[in-house]
Design a binder for this molecule. Structure first.
Ligand code: UDP
Length: 244
């Protein structure tokens, strides 16, 4: 595979990768590891937008399953993403990387509101912009927030760093013969309900021609390899862009 020419990317990290080996919450040592990966990517000259989930702290669906009002639980989930964003901001700034957090739920004492033009300016100045609180509305996930910000910031691709090294035709934890795709069409992901991102996020990427690169962020140095077009990954794209 040739090295893709990315200038600006959106990196989406699941909240669970911030837990490290813990079962819950934030492991500062592991967040520092992730920050080193982000810094290495930034040092290659890339402009980086970051979106971090909140699943390591709270998910609205889990709250709803236990009897909570879904919307109320989702707002709690969005607040969890702000905590993760602040943890990552701290880790990046300890490495000397300038960052700004912009939240879709306004909270002036801790971060900026989402203002696209201001975010543009931050990127031009070499800052990493961390977008928090998803789309700012319940019944969505941070995957949709990531797709939305990737579209409005005109990112060349959405990189989804997670615990799995790509998209499989069945659950690799349950089926040892599960096959990983190198590339797969948006349509196939949606039609076969391949669990990679929620459908609204995939559709938004499809409609705006944003490739989705799914890879494992748990392996050291993997982000750099994947950005160079190497390493294990699955790229979601239009079928005509898929490799033979
Ligand atoms: N959430 C929401 N709207 C959004 C983004 C997030 O309601 O636009 C809530 C939702 O409850 C979700 C939680 O925040 O479960 C944490 O985000 P997510 O599950 O996407 O985190 P991840 O799985 O990436 O860690």
């Amino acid at each position: 595979m040739t090295s893709p020419d990315y200038k600006r990317i959106l990196l989406k990290l699941s909240g669970e990768v911030l837990m490290g080996e813990q079962d819950y919450g934030i492991d500062p040592a592991y967040v520092a590891e992730l920050a080193r990966e982000v810094k290495a990517a930034k040092d290659t000259g890339l402009e980086i937008c970051l979106v971090i989930g909140g699943g390591n702290i709270f998910r609205g669906m889990a709250g709803a399953a236990q009897g909570m009002d879904r919307a109320q639980a989702d707002y709690m989930g969005m607040l969890a993403t702000v905590m993760n964003a602040l943890a990552m901001q701290n880790a990046l700034e300890q490495l000397g990387v300038q960052t700004r957090v912009q939240s879709a739920i306004q909270m002036d004492a801790v971060c900026e509101p989402v203002i696209r033009r201001r975010a543009e300016r931050h990127l031009e100045k070499g800052r990493v912009v961390i977008f928090a609180a998803g789309v700012g509305a319940p019944y969505f996930t941070t995957d949709s927030g990531a797709a939305l910000r990737a579209a409005e910031m005109r990112c060349d691709a959405l990189f989804k760093g997670t615990s799995v090294d790509g998209i499989y035709d069945s659950d690799p934890k349950k089926n040892p013969d599960a096959k990983r795709f190198d590339t797969v069409g948006y349509g196939q992901v949606l039609a076969n309900n391949l669990r990679v991102m929620d459908a609204s996020a995939v559709a938004l990427c499809r409609d705006n021609d944003i490739p989705i690169v799914v890879f494992s962020i748990r392996e050291k140095g993997n982000l750099a390899r994947v950005l160079a077009g190497e390493g294990v990954q699955t790229i979601v794209t239009e079928p005509e862009n898929e490799e033979a």
